[in-house]
Design a binder for this molecule. Structure first.
Ligand code: BDP
Length: 715
């Protein structure tokens, strides 16, 4: 008897109290903990009917059955007869489903859109999930599961959802040795050594997670590329991943090193106008497509930060991109050519470089080339004005490049919800076609009627058990995918659904966590780079504050280049009296920013060198305002901590504690940023810290002496 009890207890311990490790992301499918809601769903969903047998539809069926069985805690029958509560899934061409839906609706879906609709068939209440392609049915299944995970009413569904952007892509900055450039979540999930023979289950779960938010492409390798990935040995490994991802509608892409014809092809040159070079790339493309028939194409970083490119041979970006485009065109592949370039000569203003280099080539790229532009002109800072290229080259399709990994946002340990940052850029008005010419409309192709459109996010994924290290960094992966599908979604809406799926549907919890998430981006701006400061992070690893650095290899690698603090004031004059970068924007935009008295203060030091005594809108001097903002950043983190601690009873101990500990790190580092920056800037302002502010606990020399040779993410 005693032994049986003990056995029971150990079984309970083994299965009942499984630790929540975050691996399941937002696809947790745990039993609905609200009994009333559970019973409602149980009445409304009785069985599923399934039309089709492809691997993708089978994946959709499995997902739906697993999801429903978990959420509803009952066996879901798979039937061929229609009952009250049947959920029908299948593609729209299947003869039965076709009869239930309007042809125009189906036409409006294109290849990737789906319909979820409540209907009646023979007096039975049913739900139909259908689309014109298998993968879109899978998208619909994930959406339906999300409705239930987030406790939505499913009584009268009439949903049509079509993605606004065609190529929704994660860019992995993963190296073949499994280090991840700017990765803070362990090593690369691609285990190149064991591929193609060992297929880690993680690859499948990665694909499921991406499909659940509509991501349909993945660039497997770092933009600082290694030509080896284009050799046969690696292509078979890439093919093995592509075979897994295909079922989930995800295409693979690779970064193409421009010098590959020399490095692995034995040619003497990589000049894009050389016939042998052109032929080499054609053959290489043919070879790749033999292994991976649906290969997506190349992402290229050329003539930037030491990467080779067409300019190495006196040719242009258009020459380089078009050569690769020609090689891929017979196979329908695309070239994503990055605009993140800055030449080896020190420019008068790095801000202006991409625009200057690309503007002359507007309309000169082949139709399967898309230019990938970072959200802002410098480099993924906590806040940047939108990149001046958006709206400026109307004959060239531009795709967005966001950075999901938090290189400049506290890296692995700061809670920063990025959707507000993404939205700020997407909603910015370029005025390129009159009022309302938002960046989103440039990027989704609607402004200039482009067939090709795209949004890329630099991934924050690694082999940490919970994928992203910080549990809240999962929300950034999620938000990126949701916005790439539909950039009209709002940041609060996305946070809301993510919290419900990832943690809990309890209203108080959802409301409080949403507040934390929505405050977090402004918090990081305030404790790192308030009022338009930028690029004052530690050199190389970009970890922590280092506004004093002035000895890096070239002028525009130094924080002092960006803040230009001196005894007169602080900030980069980008008006007509300075670098005049503002002239790259339409006058409707530059007019908003060109006067330091009327410029939106969040961009003030991006565009103006302002005196320390300058009167701000608050009535404070610039120096006082700077102090206030840094303190506000620290205070916000403390508030986030306080709120989080109050939510202890709502969620599992594991994630509660992890977030709590990370918030302490964030608080410490926010204080460090405030102290180091204010002490340093004070050497110029010569003004005292206003009363009522916390005083730094160390000297400036102490902060300057800190070194982090092994900070993660340096590649
Ligand atoms: C910067 C990163 C660097 C990348 C580069 C890029 O610091 O590691 O290689 O951007 O985007 O943000 O190419």
């Amino acid at each position: 008897m005693k032994r049986t009890k003990l056995l029971l207890l150990s079984i309970l311990l083994a299965f009942g109290s499984q630790a929540e490790d975050g691996y399941r992301l937002w696809l947790r499918y745990d039993k609905i903990d609200d009994n009333v809601i559970l019973q409602q769903y149980n009445r409304l969903i009785t069985s599923i009917n399934f039309y089709g047998s492809s691997p993708t539809l089978t994946a959709a069926k499995t997902e739906l059955i697993n999801g429903l069985q978990g959420l509803l805690d009952k066996k879901i029958l798979y039937q061929s007869t229609i009952n009250n509560g049947s959920v029908l899934i299948g593609i729209s061409s299947s003869s039965f489903i076709k009869t239930l839906l309007d042809k125009n609706d189906l036409n409006s879906l294109g290849k990737e859109g789906y319909i979820i609709r409540t209907a009646k068939s023979n007096q039975k209440n049913i739900t139909i999930i259908t689309a014109n392609s298998d993968v879109a049915v899978l998208y619909g299944v994930f959406y339906f599961l999300r409705l239930i995970q987030t406790h939505q009413n499913i009584l009268q569904l009439s949903i049509i959802s079509v993605p606004k952007i065609q190529n929704r892509i994660l860019d992995h900055w993963d190296n073949l040795n499994r280090t991840v450039e700017r990765g803070y979540a362990g090593i690369s999930i691609w285990n190149w050594h064991e591929l193609p023979d060992y297929i880690d289950h993680r690859y499948i779960d990665y694909a499921r997670a991406n499909a659940s938010i509509g991501i349909n492409g993945t660039v497997l390798t770092n933009v600082n590329a290694n030509a080896l990935v284009l050799t046969k040995d690696y292509l078979v490994k890439v093919a093995a991943l592509a075979n897994v991802f295909r079922t989930y509608g995800i295409k693979v892409y690779l970064t193409a090193k421009f010098s590959a014809p020399v490095e692995i092809g034995g040619l003497k040159t990589a000049d894009p106008l050389n016939a042998e070079v052109q032929n080499w790339w054609k053959q290489k493309a043919d070879e790749i497509y033999k292994y991976i028939p649906d290969f997506g194409g190349f992402l290229v970083k050329a003539n930037s930060e030491g990467q080779p490119g067409p300019q190495t041979y006196g040719r242009t970006h258009a020459d380089g991109a078009n050569m690769l485009a020609d090689a891929l065109a017979p196979h329908n592949g695309i070239v994503m050519w990055r605009a993140f370039v800055y030449s080896n000569e020190t420019p008068d203003d790095r801000f202006k470089q991409a625009y200057n280099e690309f503007k002359p080539f507007d309309g000169k790229f082949k139709s399967n080339v898309i230019i990938q532009v970072k959200n802002g002109p410098i480099d993924f800072q906590p806040r940047e004005p939108f990149h001046p290229l958006f709206g400026a080259i109307p004959q060239t399709p531009l795709m967005m490049e966001f950075q999901i990994t938090q290189e400049y946002l506290g890296q692995g340990t700061h809670l920063v919800y990025e959707a507000p940052l993404f939205k700020e850029t997407l909603n910015a008005d370029t005025y390129s076609n009159g009022v309302g010419s938002t960046v989103a409309k440039v990027v989704d192709g609607s402004m200039n009627n482009f067939q090709i459109s795209g949004m890329a996010g630099v991934a924050n994924i690694g082999n940490e058990r919970n994928w992203t290290n910080h549990p809240f960094a999962q929300a950034n992966w999620y938000a990126f995918g949701r916005l790439a599908w539909d950039h009209d979604l709002s940041a609060p809406q996305i946070a809301d659904e993510w919290i419900r799926q990832t943690f809990s549907n309890k209203k108080l919890f959802v409301d409080e966590v949403k507040k934390i998430m929505l405050a977090s981006r402004e918090a990081v701006v305030n404790y790192m780079t308030p009022l338009g400061l930028h690029h004052i992070m530690g050199t190389g690893n970009h970890y922590g504050p280092a506004p004093w650095v002035s000895n890096a290899g070239r002028a525009d690698w130094n924080p002092v280049y960006y803040h230009k603090a001196d005894s007169a004031g602080i900030g980069f004059d980008r008006t007509a009296t300075g670098s005049n970068a503002l002239a790259q924007y339409k006058s409707e935009v530059s007019n908003q920013w060109k006067d330091s008295n009327t410029c939106d203060e969040k961009y003030l030091l991006w565009f103006h060198h302002v005196s320390w005594g300058h009167t701000m809108k608050s009535g404070k001097t610039l120096w006082q305002e700077l102090c206030a903002k840094y303190q506000q950043g620290v205070d916000s983190v403390r508030w986030m901590q306080h709120q989080w601690i109050g939510l202890k009873d709502f969620i599992d101990e594991e994630r509660f504690n992890q977030v709590k500990m990370f918030l302490s790190i964030q608080e410490k580092e926010a204080e460090w940023w405030r102290n180091a920056c204010l002490l340093y800037f004070q050497t110029f302002s010569k003004m005292p810290l206003p009363d009522g502010y916390e005083k730094p606990d160390h000297t400036l020399d102490y902060y300057k002496s800190l070194r982090f040779p092994y900070a993660p993410g340096s590649g």
